[in-house]
Structures are given as structure tokens and as C-alpha cells.
Design a binder for this molecule. Structure first.
Ligand code: G6P
Length: 605
């Protein structure tokens, strides 16, 4: 949801800002803009639409040694347009502001500022911040920003420059991510790490309500009361190359190919046992757990749904999975000390973060499954199990989901062992099975040629139904989301046995149905459901384990997975489903990595 960047140093600031924004474009691409303080004056340039429009507008514009901020927008307040593009400024255009988040009380502030003489030129909530800072400014920019954020309600990551303070950037955040990169004779801010990796791998994660003042040679951080505070510097392990396409046509296909490696990196097995020592599990407390909550959004929520099925199956503990945006506004029933698992790739999703805080307030113990080290959810949780997916750039999540599943399976197996709901032989068999999954996924990647050919023949379909039973049903939910996100084809996931209770009315000649048929005990049942849709003219693509007998009258095309225990089917099935969505999107000519209307990290409600 919007990306911000800021740079102070001796390089060509315009170029640093543009390169940073190109790494943040996944956060929104309705417009882009930069503001630089150059030769004592503020210069703002912005363009509606993709970053490439701004790039064209800038031509050979240079701003060597200038101080600047930049923004790529995902519109919330005000349509995507030139005048609503960031950076925004005060009337005299002496102060410029970029913002990621939502100022909830902006209407009230706007009316007050207008009564004080301010004239607004956009419909955005952000513009009030520029006018507010100007209102409080009396020569001290840091103090003016501090006073301004004392008046605003909502969420923000802000970058501020002023022509009266060349060589200084003020940055502040609350509930929206902001990273400060510490360089040599240069410093940088960004919404996410990939934007600053070309300059440094030493970063500080700004805390909530903290304000940073950056010059070329210093970074000073203050709390909301103006006291200077020390913050730890993290060294980022992955390098800039990992956030590049590396010869692939799109980030999404590159990231799908990384799945075997990142799943191996996430798996923690020592001497044949799952090793969760890194999250400091209190084994006795776990043995007492009688209910688990899982909260997440989007793809992470779907990983949570798989979690429910396998934790209940293996550990025999009831699990409630909730969408974060629903959970946060209900009166959740949570017992003091209850385990709540939060799943989030970014660790910054606004709804998930708010739901986690809500659960904490109710006394829950929070274990977070997070990909981004040092993110807000990781910092506020009681325990963190990091997935090691590395940077995921494509807006549609792929490899992060696979690693979330690995994490969830590890938790399920540990709960099962500690609860003694499975015996040690079964535990060992399943741990071995889980450790084989990355290798099997290498084989699954071989299905891409088949799926590409299938997509070439079927990309014109207007609607696709995904059906399955048990684990196949929960995996269908993610398969369907992937397809609709990036190919804009309407699609639904249905429990195969439920289809006949209404949705089957939508099946007509040529409707495409993807049937996932991996669960041994349920195969015959699902085959009956496939026959029901075939009888009504559907075209069926089936996914099943090698050795499953699916006659041609049952499915038109079959994708075979290498044999594994049924319990691991979701992790093996998701890769061909991601490939299917990918090739459908490519065939349709869609923008695979940056689907319309979406953003990767949703830091607004
Ligand atoms: C957005 C993204 C999804 C993602 C969801 C949750 O909607 O487009 O791909 O699954 O947020 O994100 P998180 O970072 O919390 O996993």
C-alpha cells in the first residue's frame, strides 16, 4: 500500500529514488513522484500511472548530491491522478511529504487548516500532513514533524524534506513499515528492504511513533516525547541479487522455482526431530493447550486453513481460523494463555497486526509465522518462527505460502508429539516425509510444460471452479485466489460435496473445473462429483498422485504429483496450481507481477 523512499548522500539522488521506487512498485502503482531539495529549492515531479511514466517525464534529469524523497501510490483517498500523486506540499511549496498509511482524522484537520488559511490542492489525506508541519514550523523541522504527528490519528510512514533544511530528511512511522538504511556518507529510508539493498545491508527498523533525522553522516532517532533513543542495527543476510529477476521473465515464475530451496531453508529438523528451539517453546505449556487460534489475511489465511485441518488431524486440538479483518472487530472468545498463531509474510499487514494486538489484549500467547525479519508482527509476538522465503517481489504470493505450510506442519507435528496424539513411529515417519517434500517439489516443477500447454488452450475461459474434499478443498481456496488475482478470471473454490447444493447450477458446456483428488479415503467420493460436473458439460483438469486411476471419461487432463503421504498433498499441489495461474495470466497478456488493484503489503485497513 504505497511505497516511500528517501535519500541523502552524494549520489544522483533522482536516480537512487527511482531505483528504490522500482523495488517498491509492488506496493502500488497508481502514480509515482519525487521531491528533491537541490540548489536551495524544492523541486517536485510526479506522474500518474506506472513508474515508467515518471521515468519518461524525468528524462535525463539529475540531482547529484541532493536530498530527496519518493513515492509510489496505491490510491486510498482520491482517485489516481496527477494532483493526488505524492509528494504533497504546503502552499508555499517549501516542505514536501510522502506518506504510506491513512490519516483517519484528516477531514477535521483539513477544515481547521483551511480556517487557518491553508489552501488544498488534492483530495488526499496526506496533504494535511504537509500543511500541518508548515503550521508548526518555526525553524526546527524535527519539532514541527513531531508536533504534526501528535495531532494525527491513523497510520503513517512519512518522509519529509524542506528547502530550508537541505541535507536533512525527517522520517516517522506508526503502524506502517519504515526501514532506515545506514550507509557510508549516505543514508536512506524505505518502506521495504529491497529498495535500499544496493547501498547498504545494515538497517534499523523504526519503531512505532519514533522519528528519525537523517543527514549524510548521521541518523538520530527520537521517541514521541523528543528523547533520543538507541536502536539495534540488523544486518540483512540476503543480497540485492535475490530481489532481481535473474533471467526469468517474471518474479512470480522465479519465485515458484525457488520453492524447493526456501522450503529446505525453513525446515528445522535435528536428529530426526522437529527443532523449534529457536522459538523457545515451553513444552509443558504446550501439553496443556486445548484450543488454538490462527489469524491471517489472504494467502496466509489459506495457509492457516491448511493448519486447521492438519493440527486437528495430527494433534487432535480444535483450531479456529479467522480472517484478521473480521477477528479485530468481533468480541473474540480467547482464554488467558491460549495459543494464537499469526501468519504473515510481510509481518506488517495492518489488519493482521491489529488482530494480533487484540488477541494479546485478551491474554493470548502469540506465536508468529513471519517472513520479514524485524517486522512489526515479529517484534510484538511472544515467539517467532521465521519462514526463510527470502524477498518475495511478485504481488501474488507463491514461495512464501509454501514456507508458511512448512512452518505450520512443523508446529502441527510438534503439537502432536507433545500431546502424544501420534506415537513416535508415526511421528518419525511424518518428519521423514516432510523432509522429502522440497525434493518432491523439484519434480512437481516438471509439470510446467503441461500446464503451459493447457493454459494456452484454456486462457479464454470466463470462469473456473476448483473443487476438492478435505485438504484438497482448503488447497483449492489458494489455487482459486491465485488464478483470480493475476489472470482476472472469475473463479471459486468449492468443497466438492457441496457443489450439488447450489453452485452446480453454474456449470454449463465448456465450464472449466479443476478437481484436486489426492486424499485416498475421499477419491471415490470426489470422482462422483467430477462425474456430476462432466455430465453437465464441464471440462475437467484433475490433479492427483501418480498411480491414481482416473479414466479419461473422468478428467480431460490429469496432472500427476510424485507419490507422498496424503497429509503433504497441499504443499505438493500448490506448485502446479501456481503454475496454472501463472500461465493463464501470461497467455492473457496480464501484468503477472503487478496485477491491477492489488498491493503486496496492505498496511491500511
Ligand atoms: C495482500 C497480498 C496477499 C497476502 C496478504 C497478506 O493482500 O496481496 O498476497 O497474502 O496481503 O499479507 P501478509 O504479508 O500478511 O502475509
Amino acid at each position: 500500500m504505497c511505497g516511500i523512499v528517501g535519500y541523502v548522500g552524494s549520489r544522483d539522488t533522482a536516480q537512487v529514488l527511482m531505483s528504490g521506487l522500482s523495488k517498491l512498485e509492488y506496493r502500488g502503482y497508481d502514480s509515482a513522484g519525487i521531491a528533491v531539495v537541490k540548489d536551495g529549492s524544492l523541486d517536485i515531479r510526479k506522474a500518474q500511472g506506472r513508474l515508467s511514466n515518471l521515468e519518461k517525464m524525468l528524462g535525463d534529469y539529475e540531482a547529484k548530491g541532493a536530498t530527496g524523497i519518493g513515492h509510489t501510490r496505491w490510491a486510498t483517498h482520491g482517485e489516481p491522478s496527477q494532483r493526488n500523486s505524492h509528494p504533497h506540499s504546503n502552499c508555499a511549496e517549501t516542505i514536501a511529504v510522502v506518506h504510506n498509511g491513512i490519516i483517519e482524522n484528516y477531514m477535521k484537520l483539513k477544515q481547521w487548516l483551511i480556517s487557518e488559511g491553508a489552501a488544498f490542492s488534492s483530495e488526499t489525506d496526506t496533504e494535511v500532513v504537509a500543511h500541518l508541519i508548515n503550521h508548526f514550523y518555526d525553524g526546527d523541522l524535527l519539532e514541527a514533524v513531531r508536533s504534526a504527528i501528535g495531532r494525527i490519528e491513523g497510520s503513517y510512514a512519512l518522509g519529509v524534506v524542506s528547502e530550508n533544511h537541505p541535507g536533512t530528511i525527517i522520517a516517522a512511522r506508526k503502524d506502517s513499515p519504515l526501514v532506515v538504511g545506514i550507509g557510508q556518507g549516505e543514508n536512506i529510508i524505505a518502506s521495504d528492504i529491497p529498495a535500499l539493498l544496493a547501498y547498504t545491508r545494515d538497517v534499523i527498523f523504526l519503531g512505532d511513533k519514533e522519528i528519525a533525522m537523517l543527514t549524510r553522516d548521521s541518523v538520530k532517532i527520537h521517541d514521541e516525547y523528543g528523547r533520543q533513543v538507541d536502536r539495534d542495527t540488523y544486518h540483512v543476510e540476503w543480497d540485492a541479487e535475490q530481489a532481481e529477476k535473474g533471467g526469468y521473465e517474471h518474479f512470480m515464475i522465479k519465485e515458484i522455482h525457488e520453492e524447493p530451496k526456501v522450503m529446505t531453508d525453513t525446515l528445522k529438523i535435528k536428529d530426526g526431530m522437529i527443532d523449534l528451539s529457536q522459538i523457545g517453546i515451553d513444552e509443558k505449556a504446550i501439553a496443556d493447550i486445548d484450543k488454538v487460534g490462527i489469524i491471517a489475511c489472504g494467502t496466509a489465511y489459506h495457509a492457516g486453513m491448511v493448519g486447521k485441518y492438519i493440527i486437528e488431524d495430527l494433534a487432535r486440538i480444535p483450531v479456529e481460523v479467522e480472517i484478521a479483518s473480521e477477528f479485530r472487530y468481533r468480541k473474540p472468545i480467547i482464554k488467558e494463555g491460549q495459543l494464537v498463531i499469526i501468519i504473515s509474510q510481510s509481518g506488517e499487514t495492518a489488519d493482521t497486526l491489529a488482530a494480533m494486538r487484540e488477541a494479546k489484549k485478551c491474554g493470548a500467547k502469540i506465536a508468529a509465522v513471519v517472513n520479514v525479519v524485524g517486522s512489526t508482527i515479529a517484534r510484538e509476538a511472544d515467539a517467532v518462527l521465521y519462514t526463510h522465503a527470502g524477498p518475495e517481489i511478485a504481488v501474488a504470493s507463491t514461495k512464501a505460502y509454501n514456507t508458511q505450510l512448512i512452518a505450520i506442519y512443523m508446529i502441527a507435528l510438534e503439537l502432536a508429539r507433545l500431546k502424544k496424539s501420534i506415537d513416535m513411529n508415526e511421528y518419525t515417519r511424518l518428519v521423514d516425509g516432510l523432509s522429502e517434500v522440497p525434493k518432491l517439489t523439484e519434480k512437481v516443477l516438471d509439470t510446467k510444460g503441461q500446464l503451459q500447454r493447457f493454459a494456452a488452450k484454456n486462457f479464454h475461459k470466463g470462469s473456473v471452479f476448483f473443487i476438492g474434499r478435505g485438504l484438497d478443498y482448503v488447497l483449492s481456496m489458494e489455487a482459486s485466489l491465485k488464478l483470480k488475482e493475476i489472470s482476472y478470471i472469475h473463479s471459486e473454490a468449492y468443497a466438492a460435496g457441496e457443489l450439488k447444493h447450489g453452485t452446480i447450477a453454474l456449470i454449463e458446456d465448456g465450464t472449466l473445473v479443476v478437481a484436486i483428488v489426492t486424499q485416498g479415503k475421499l477419491i471415490e467420493k470426489t470422482i462422483s462429483n467430477i462425474k456430476e460436473v462432466k455430465a453437465r458439460g464441464a471440462k475437467v483438469l484433475a490433479v492427483c498422485f501418480e498411480g491414481t486411476q482416473l479414466a479419461e471419461d473422468v478428467a480431460d487432463e490429469v496432472v500427476y504429483l510424485p507419490k507422498a503421504d496424503d497429509v503433504f498433498a497441499p504443499i505438493l499441489t500448490v506448485t502446479p496450481m501456481q503454475l496454472f495461474a501463472y500461465y493463464m495470466s501470461v497467455e492473457k497478456g496480464c501484468d503477472v507481477d503487478k496485477p491491477r488493484n492489488l498491493a503486496k503489503s496492505v498496511t491500511v485497513e
